[in-house]
Design a protein around this ligand. Structure first.
Ligand code: FAD
Length: 276
């Protein structure tokens, strides 16, 4: 589960499409619909801003604002694809693309040809350079990184300082100078998801995941004591560089048979939850 990251927010513009495609029954009760977003002062946790999501977002945008564990989200998409008759092949690394055919060659040496090849191979896309050739403009470091982690909700519920945070589903966002901590419950309310953004200029290849928990605690050392208490419950975390894509001349290969999609074409920082 760790490799896919922890939670993901699915705002109304995304959920409207997903529900139209028939994803609802596959999300089931694993999806959480938070009632509001509380914007909190970094030092004290005092609420300095508030956005009501329920019922406003369904009423205004005809679709809910969801949060969900990424593994559950991918599983729902996978099962919907199977139901629609899509043949899904996992664990198959693409070694090369031949845009003009179009076809792709897998690591096991097999070649697969199609009418159209869509490469959604992420922020470090290999397909992007093929589509753009000399015009390729890789995503840039933004000067920020994020720790991602989850905390067991039962542990928080047992602590009188923290139990109020998990009583009803809400998004709580602590904001300070150049840093913020986004939190919400996922996995049908069983897991407390955290994304901790902070300035970071160094080369990600030099980062040591082993010291990440200590480094994270230091980054937020003077913050709201209740938030620090939750951070203290984090046993392991992953540190991710936040990259931002540059505007590209095209997403479609001149052959018209090969294209890039998703972060490969338009990676962005996660602050507006618009990655999907
Ligand atoms: C900390 C953080 C928080 C975020 N929060 C949100 C949020 O709340 N809401 C939101 O909408 N977005 C959020 N985003 C952004 C969102 O995660 C991305 O925009 C989204 O995952 C992009 O999806 P994708 O399919 O394009 O790429 P990815 O999710 O990166 O998937 C690409 C896939 O391609 C596979 N792949 C790559 N190369 C090959 C190859 N050669 N052969 C086979 N497979 C290959 C990879 O293994 C991977 O599985 C967040 C991002 C970060 C970093």
């Amino acid at each position: 589960m760790k490799k896919v990251g922890a939670g993901i927010q699915v705002p109304s513009n995304s959920s409207r499409l997903l529900l139209k495609w028939g994803l609802g029954p596959f999300l089931g009760d694993r999806v959480v619909e938070p009632s509001c977003i509380n914007f909190r002062r970094w030092q004290s946790g005092d609420v300095i801003g508030y956005t009501r999501l329920v019922p406003e977002f369904r009423e205004s945008f005809n679709a809910p604002y969801y949060v969900i564990h990424r593994a559950h989200f991918l599983d729902a998409l996978y099962r919907l694809a199977l139901k629609l008759g899509v043949r899904v092949r996992v664990g198959s690394k693409v070694k090369d693309y031949i845009p003009r055919t179009p076809s792709l060659i897998l690591e096991d040496g097999t070649t697969h040809t199609a009418d159209l090849v869509i490469a959604a191979d992420g922020v470090r896309s290999a397909a992007r350079a093929l589509v753009l050739g000399d015009h390729d403009r890789p995503p840039k470091m933004t000067g920020f990184a994020a720790y991602r982690a989850t905390v067991d909700v039962d542990r928080m519920r047992a602590d009188p300082d923290l139990s109020w945070l998990v009583e009803k589903p809400g998004i709580n966002l602590w904001i300070g100078d150049m840093r913020h901590v986004m939190t919400y419950t996922i996995a049908a309310g069983k897991s407390f998801n955290m994304v901790l953004s902070h300035p970071e200029d160094s080369d990600p290849s030099t980062w040591e995941q082993e010291t990440a928990v200590n480094d994270m605690q230091q980054q937020f050392s003077g913050w709201d004591p209740r938030l620090r208490k939750i951070i203290g419950m984090i046993d392991s975390t992953l540190k991710w560089p936040l990259l931002s894509g540059q505007p590209l001349e095209r997403w479609v290969d001149p052959s018209g048979k090969f294209l890039i999609l998703g972060d490969a074409a338009h990676a962005m920082v996660p602050y507006m939850s618009q990655g999907k």
